[in-house]
Design a protein around this ligand. Structure first.
Ligand SMILES: Cc1cc2nc3c(=O)[nH]c(=O)nc-3n(C[C@H](O)[C@H](O)[C@H](O)COP(=O)(O)OP(=O)(O)OC[C@H]3O[C@@H](n4cnc5c(N)ncnc54)[C@H](O)[C@@H]3O)c2cc1C
Length: 251
């Protein structure tokens, strides 16, 4: 079934890291953008040549742009976080796009969603964090108390997407934590190092240690190589059932 496109306007944008730009869109007709945390939306992105390219982006905001601890909702708005891919037509145009630009969106859609409350480990690299941020904000805005731990792999400290936001949440919510692991350089970095897959087992076992709670679920998002490596640890090495391992790939 093909979904009808609807026009959206870019109403705000800012750099989140040196390579990731946040873009805030609103439906031009003011109708709500109905989605579940974790879903993605397609954009028809105009090119300098006059053509358009269609690309998918996970929605980074919680439905209604819900913010933990705040009852306000903006149902016709959604946020994206886009990594600039060198030479990539879609992401290059989105990084250069002027506020006020109107383009077509299609969706939202996708099955990478979190419908139940359970202890959760969220694993991402780079902008794979966007649907996981939506799930976390949605759960916290609804007052969920399940333990939640975000594990995000980045190359350098400057690339720690949403670090300030997650640190602020972790400072006030004892059931929420975020860990960033660095794959490169930075001599003064005292935190974890190495690829996300090297930390997944320990963090999962920590979440699973409470016998009063059900088995934790894992939500993984990013490029195929990382998603496969993390799935291998969870499914092949740890023998976790398929039902607790959820993933989304960007390539
Ligand atoms: C379901 C889904 C959700 C997505 N959500 C996001 C999102 O929230 N944010 C986002 O930045 N991208 C996201 N993407 C990727 C996005 O659709 C584009 O592929 C990306 O913006 C590159 O498009 P391009 O035209 O610039 O480059 P292209 O010339 O199309 O280059 C594509 C290549 O870029 C690489 N690539 C794709 N995405 C990324 C990325 N995020 N980081 C690093 N390298 C990448 C891959 O190797 C891929 O083969 C998503 C993809 C899918 C399928």
């Amino acid at each position: 079934m093909s979904l009808p496109p609807f026009p959206v306007r870019l109403i705000a944008a800012r750099p989140l890291t040196p390579t990731v730009r946040e873009l805030v869109f609103e439906r031009v007709d003011g109708a709500p953008v109905v989605y579940e945390a974790g879903q993605w939306i397609s954009l028809d992105i105009p090119q300098p040549s006059g053509t358009v390219v269609r690309r998918a982006y996970s929605i980074a905001s919680a439905p209604g742009c819900a913010i933990p601890g705040d009852d306000a909702r903006v149902p016709h708005r959604f946020e994206l976080a886009v990594t600039h891919v060198e030479g990539g037509p879609g992401s290059t145009a989105l990084h250069a796009m002027a506020v006020g630009t109107v383009l077509d969106a299609i969706g939202p859609q996708g099955f990478f969603v979190r419908r139940e409350q359970h202890p959760s480990l969220f694993v991402a690299t780079g902008s794979g964090l966007t649907p996981l941020r939506s799930m976390v904000r949605d759960a916290l805005a609804r007052g969920e108390r399940s333990p939640m731990h975000v594990l995000c792999g980045v190359r350098t400290p400057e690339e720690r997407l949403y670090a300030e936001e997650f640190e602020a949440l972790a400072a006030t919510l004892p059931h929420f934590r975020a860990t960033y692991t660095l794959s490169r350089g930075a001599d003064d970095w005292a935190g974890p190092r190495g690829y996300v897959q090297t930390h997944v087992r320990a963090l999962y076992e920590e979440l699973a240690a409470d016998p009063a709670r059900e088995a934790p679920h894992v939500y993984i998002c990013g490029l195929q190589k990382m998603v496969s490596a993390v799935r291998d640890v969870l499914r092949k090495e740890m023998d976790l059932p398929r039902q607790v391992v959820h993933s989304e790939r960007y390539d």
